[in-house]
Design a protein around this ligand. Structure first.
Ligand code: MTE
Ligand code: MO
Length: 407
């Protein structure tokens, strides 16, 4: 979003309050909303993201509803946002002045790349890629856990354009000592502590060298929007969204597992063994989350839909998994007694989600539930109930269920 848009949004909101917001342009650069308007922002949504459910405005966190995610390619205005800190000024102003990307650490020769040389020196690629927050579905865990209570919509599949991270790393020359790729970004912490990063994660070097891991500057044909990481972000598809660093300024190849903020303790880590809900597990039992589990969404019809008895109901959605392909999607209307296979499309490219459709008929009028269950190529499928409780509420891939009324 351009700062001008936000400025006018702020003054529009201000007018609704009956008075302009003085110095709104100063605030608009920071990603912070005036306190007087905080409530209205949460009600109306972030400018350009009005349809999303706002979880918080500082930091900005907003998710889609299932029906908003019906498109095969998620439009930018419907893609969830998950920020740990503030949106950098550079991103709000779409300003590339002084920006470059450094690639260093366990490499033969460190690189410094500005945007034109990044675009020119490496083959440009585009792909539809799923990003899902590791905490998507967190609201389903009991006992409740801290963090954003995402329900279903902290996931999206947009088309990104950029270069393969592998090509850039190979240009720098990855040493044999390389173990992990760490990202360093320029988003300020909530309290703007100078030089302090709100989050700095990464992936094992093998995932960094996977040809589908991208450095992207475009999302659905436009430069990365401010909230999605302008000017450059990582896309590590299939892994928790937190590995897809936004607002990049440095990539560091490390000879050990990265230990930046949100890499240690219970952050994006889960107990290796099942723990009883609410139970504390020793830290040495935790491991870093890798590929995300198989999952699906019913994006049509909406929950609480009414449909006539004498007509088949068209049901559709998407399915995805952290590695490989989804092999099958099945639906049930009788609580799992019988299952009907959906027509499942191939992904547009590896790590894109796969659309599915199914026609359902109902024996008599009344209330039903529709459950969708995706199965990956290794035969793992979504659980019927919320799976393995963990202290931060990650990896809830329980089946999506909607209620319909047949009349
Ligand atoms: N620099 C930076 N990168 C970041 C984050 C952040 O706060 N700062 N949030 C991460 C998390 S937790 C997720 S789920 C994804 C969300 O990407 P999106 O906001 O484009 O949907 O970005 C990741 N990259
Ligand atoms: Mo996330």
């Amino acid at each position: 979003m351009h700062s001008g848009d936000r400025r006018s949004f702020l003054s529009r909101l201000g007018m609704a309050l009956g008075a302009p917001v003085i110095f709104a342009d100063v605030l608009s650069r920071s990603g912070i909303f005036p306190e007087a308007l905080a409530q209205s922002v949460l009600e109306k949504g972030w400018p350009g993201k009005e349809e999303l459910r706002m979880l918080s405005d500082r930091p900005l966190n907003a998710e889609a509803s299932a029906t908003l995610l019906d498109d095969p390619i998620t439009p930018n205005h419907r893609h969830f946002v998950r920020n740990n800190g503030l949106i950098p000024d550079r991103a709000v102003k779409a300003d590339l002045t002084g920006w470059s990307l450094t690639v260093d650490g366990e490499v033969g020769q460190a690189l410094t790349l500005d945007m034109p040389s990044l675009k020119r020196r490496f083959p440009n690629v585009s792909a539809a890629l799923v990003i899902e927050c590791g905490g998507n579905g967190r609201a389903g865990f009991y006992p409740r856990v801290g963090g954003n209570p995402w329900t279903l919509g902290a996931v999206g599949c947009a088309r990104y354009t950029g270069v393969r991270l592998r090509d850039v790393l190979q240009e720098a020359g990855v040493r044999d000592s390389a173990v992990y790729l760490a990202y360093h970004a320029e988003d300020p912490t909530l309290n703007r502590e100078p030089g302090k990063a709100p989050i700095s994660r990464g992936v094992p070097i093998e995932k960094a060298l996977d040809p589908h891991t991208l450095l992207a500057w475009e999302m659905n044909g436009v430069p990365l929007p401010a909230e999605h990481g302008f000017p450059l972000r990582l896309i590590c598809p299939g892994w928790p969204g937190s590995t897809s660093g936004k607002w990049l300024k440095r990539l560091q190849v490390r000879d050990q597992v990265h230990d930046g903020p949100k890499m240690t303790g219970t952050s994006y880590r889960i107990p290796r063994h099942p723990v009883a809900p609410g139970e504390k597990a020793p830290e040495e039992d935790f491991e870093i989350i890798g590929a995300m589990p198989v999952k699906s969404l019913i994006t049509r019809p909406a929950h609480q839909f009414q449909t006539p008895l004498n007509q088949p109901l068209e049901v559709g959605g998407h399915a995805w998994c952290g590695e490989g392909e989804v092999k099958q999607v099945d639906l049930t209307t009788d609580y799992g007694v019988s299952w009907q296979p959906a027509r499942l499309q191939s992904p547009a490219n590896p790590f894109a989600w796969q659309s599915w459709q199914c026609q359902l008929r109902f024996p008599e009028s009344g209330f039903y539930e529709i459950w969708a269950r995706a199965t990956d190529q290794d035969g793992r499928h979504q659980p019927m109930v919320v799976p393995g409780w963990n202290p931060k509420g990650y990896l809830n891939n329980a089946m999506h269920r909607i209620a319909v009324r047949v009349v």
